[in-house]
Design a protein around this ligand. Structure first.
Ligand SMILES: [Zn+2]
Length: 114
């Protein structure tokens, strides 16, 4: 996770540097050979694509890590059920009857440990 963020940051800096180089070239066109510019342009594109991909991935990982879980328990027996958090879940919300006749309720809502 941390490695992703660092790599993403490096690529973002790289993109900025390459864009700066291209902008510099635009101001001094005759001093840099066009071959170099073509390579720099290509590198900028590749770095930008990598940067976007990594950011997307990092975002997805963050979302996964913050997944919320609802823990359902029975008031009567030891029945326990963990399921993904649903909109409208709250602690002590009743969810119907257990097979033993007790009431099912939301015991707790927490972020999933990874
Ligand atoms: Zn029960």
């Amino acid at each position: 996770m941390k490695a992703y963020l660092i790599t993403t940051a490096i690529f973002s800096v790289l993109v900025s540097l390459l864009v700066t180089l291209l902008l510099l070239y635009a101001s001094f066109p005759k001093e840099i050979p066009s071959k170099v510019i073509r390579i720099v342009t290509l590198l900028t594109l590749i770095a930008a694509i990598f940067s976007i991909t990594l950011q997307h991935r990092a975002l997805r990982l963050t979302k996964k890590e913050e997944r919320k879980i609802t823990l359902i328990k029975c008031t009567n027996c030891d029945y326990k059920l963990e399921r993904p958090f649903k909109e409208g879940d709250y602690v002590l919300k009743t969810l119907g009857r257990c097979s033993c006749g007790g009431m099912l309720y939301v015991d707790s809502i927490y972020a999933e440990k990874r």
